[in-house]
Design a protein around this ligand. Sequence first.
Ligand code: F6R
Length: 627
Amino acid sequence: MCGIVGYLGPLNPKDVIVGGLKKLEYRGYDSAGVAILHDGRTKRVRAEGKLKFLEEKLAHESFNGHLGIGHTRWATHGGPSERNAHPHQVRGISLVHNGIIENYAEIRRELLARGADISSDTDTELVAHLLAEEVDRTGHLLKAVQNILDRLQGAFSIVAMWEKEPDTMVAFKDGPPLVVGLGDQQTFVVSDVQACLQYTKKFIYLEDREIVEVKGAQVQVYSSRGVPITKKVVEIDLSPESVEKQGHPHFMLKEIYEQPRAVAAAMEPHIDTRNFAVRLKNVGFNEPLPGVDSLDPLKDWENTRKILNGVERVMFIACGTSSYAAMVGKYLIETIARIPVETDIASEFRYRHPVIPPNTLVITISQSGETADTLAAIRLAKEKGALTLSICNVRHSSIDREAHGHLYMNSGPEIGVASTKAFTSTLTVLNCLSVALGRLKNAINAAEEKEFVQALLSAPSQLEVVLSYDKYFGEAANRLKLFRGFLYMGRGVSFPIAMEGALKLKELAYLHAEGYAAGEMKHGPLALIDENMAIVMIIPADQLFEKTLSNLEEARARGGKVICLSTGEHEHLRKVSEYYLPLPKAHWTVNPILSVIPLQLLSYHMACNLGYDVDQPRNLAKSVTVE
Ligand code: F6R
């Protein structure tokens, strides 16, 4: 969840590192710091709070070395303060860390018994002490890292430097991601490629318990036992502009507006527009690593068909917004392909001794591809012999690399902490997957496939229409901020959308909101309703319209103030609603892709009205690499 940048090369390390941290601030923003070699000594500058406070402090500092490390923190051990900010330093060792050292109490006891002077509340500083002891003994940073690796339990990625080896940085990981960027006579070690895209597109992805030593212009990866490893260099197809705001006030707004394009990009590889058919492309069930070697598309599809044909059950595993996408996937696959589907949140799945019957396809959904619980869940599913498929946005991410088969959201980088375009892109991919499974299982015929595909092809232009109503969503947000609580309700595919709408409001506007299946209201939550409670009703014109309408009347009869999201004009709904938000008429499979947009925009505008930072909501971080 923290962001790490290490740099060794001819440019000014302060500029490179701070520039990289800016791109990684989505990963944590409790404090930030840098340590840069200067005249043979390491100069460290740290600040509590967002990166801008560090920048203010650094404005008057100059450095004349070529090696440095930087960090933006999401606090785990030890509150957010300058004292706990990274880099941590012990004698000549400086290091930055993303993750949690689980056996930190035991290590701390040992270090104290040996007389260590511990100055912060963090687990990270303890690693710096261990390394300092080992370099004292061995006189060699790489050797020191090898010697301490087995002492560390938990999840960590770490970059370290030592004053006595001024042309070297050493990095290692077990859990959270660490990527080595290979530039011209310069090397970067970063949590995410975005941090150095302007300098290089060539990367090495470190696997767990690998160690990389960067020495001058030489980069060598070793196993934890010190055996040199030859790694594949992956070329990334992303432009530096794709991680800029491009004139929008916030990344979140930019990403909301990118959805027509993102949804089109998500379906593009899989739709045969001539025959209105779905052919899942480059799923790569027969390939160990994604995107590295090209596949013969026909062979790949034949192989995918063969494998998917044997699937008798689907289990979705994900967290947060991705888990609500999975819930929509359940409705889609069960209805279209007639295959039983379970959904689970990863943090529960991994500890509840799950039973995975034979011929189950386990599908993990993760925008970042790094969520620690989802990663552990896919590993557990593999251990139990399941066939796995990942739906990720970030290619080559840990979950993507772990899965047998791969589908991609294709949304482009999502920087706003609240997920928006990745959600609608996932729903698009799930539409394609459901139709492909439906055909394979003979649950739908070619005419029905055509109907689903045509509906999906209309989604991008329908999204443009929804976005053109942004002004109304802004007005509604202005009124709604006066309410004390919010109940979001829907039935069928709109139920997960209610959950997602409520999550967006909680995380951005810090208001209490709950998502409910509208039919469940009378089993308890109805008691909450009075004139201070806003009811956000997602009620598209689908087969459940009448049922949802009854639930809406029940809520209104108890004094609840209703905000209605429905299809086209509806006189009665408009009359009974405080606010009526219209949606274009669409197929039921596409409705969730459209109806989530007003909810994203409502939360966005409410958070802006209340003066909150929508791109970096309090206490959160984008990539949750600790459990
Ligand atoms: C909410 C949000 C989170 C993520 C969750 C899983 O807006 O972004 O709930 O959906 O942390 O993240 P990924 O999809 O990266 O596994």
